[in-house]
Design a protein around this ligand. Structure first.
Ligand SMILES: NC(=O)c1ccc[n+]([C@@H]2O[C@H](COP(=O)([O-])OP(=O)(O)OC[C@H]3O[C@@H](n4cnc5c(N)ncnc54)[C@H](OP(=O)(O)O)[C@@H]3O)[C@@H](O)[C@H]2O)c1
Length: 268
């Protein structure tokens, strides 16, 4: 199957590599400044600056352009995209029903992954248009599985999921960096502080995923009465860590909705 990834920037490049290495697909990656993705050719990925031509050979087109550019690209290439399955990876798009007037019913799927797709550790959510055939939906799911875990969701959840899992690596990497700096403050060597931080985040996520237990149940196993951990938890609660996360994710959700409304209002 030929897949053309239009807009091979941060996410587009990551997913092109995952599609080639993990799915064995025939992949073409495009962007205007093609010199920035020349290294992809060494991985067996075709690179091109001519997106309009590259989508002609594609069975499936993946759009990883900025949200504002997606609608413009879809409008310019409506006829070609109406004959192909298209997966948009952009945040904050107008609803699928609004895009359908260009792509045709059942052709454009929305998905949201994250940067961990690069190593097959992404979490990708998708919503399929009502008219999409089951066979096409299964093919799209298989494509998205190259990036890691996949879940179908209702479109009304896309903005919130963009804020939690699409942007999420930035929050967790901030936490990881903060833990590493704390390690430096108490005298650990840099490499050891970083390894202790990321292994702990990795292991904690695995514990939740494999045990199926709520994080608070697992957390209580670590927080012993009068022990070391409760002193740290006291400091974290005092600095408002939970409300900080809730505010951050709520704010990102609102921003995603706002951009989506702006794009929709610019579209005549
Ligand atoms: N970054 C993330 O972690 C993340 C996570 C989840 C979802 N997303 C979504 O993924 C999308 C892309 O984000 P990104 O962070 O990867 O942005 P990005 O790095 O700016 O990538 C977008 C790419 O599109 C290319 N482009 C622009 N116009 C084009 C055109 N007409 N034809 C072909 N290529 C074109 C640009 O390269 P040229 O200027 O060289 O053409 C650029 O490299 C966004 O919609 C975002 O919401 C991103």
């Amino acid at each position: 199957m030929n897949i053309t990834v239009v807009g091979a920037g941060t996410i587009g490049e990551a997913i092109s590599v995952a599609l080639k290495n993990r799915g064995g697909y025939d992949v073409t990656a495009t962007r205007r400044n093609v010199s920035k993705i020349e290294t992809l050719a060494g991985l067996g990925i075709r690179v091109s600056s001519k997106s309009e031509e590259a989508i002609l050979d594609a069975d499936v087109v993946i759009l990883s352009l900025k949200p504002y550019d997606v609608l413009a690209f879809v409008k310019r290439n409506a006829r070609v995209l109406a004959e192909r399955t298209t997966i948009s990876m952009a945040a904050a798009l107008p609803p699928i029903s609004a895009m359908a007037r260009y792509t045709g019913d059942g052709r454009l799927m929305r998905a949201m992954t994250n940067i961990a797709a690069r190593v097959g550790g992404g979490f990708t959510v998708f919503c399929a248009p009502p008219g999409m055939q089951e066979r096409e939906k299964r093919e799209c799911r298989k494509i998205l599985e190259c990036f890691g875990e996949v879940m179908e969701v209702e479109e009304k959840y896309m903005d919130a999921l963009t804020a939690i899992s699409g942007s999420g690596p930035a929050y967790i990497l901030t936490v990881m960096e903060a833990m590493m700096y704390a390690g430096l403050k108490v005298g650990l060597p840099r490499d050891l502080a970083l390894k202790a931080s990321y292994e702990t985040i990795l292991g904690s996520a695995k514990l939740v995923s494999e045990s199926g237990n709520h994080p608070s149940v697992l957390k209580d196993l670590v927080v012993t009465p009068g022990g070391v951990t409760i002193d740290a938890i006291y400091e974290l609660e005092d600095s408002g860590i939970r409300t900080a996360f809730m505010r951050a994710i709520e704010s990102a959700t609102i921003k995603s909705r706002k951009i989506s409304e702006e794009i929709a209002s610019r579209d005549p």
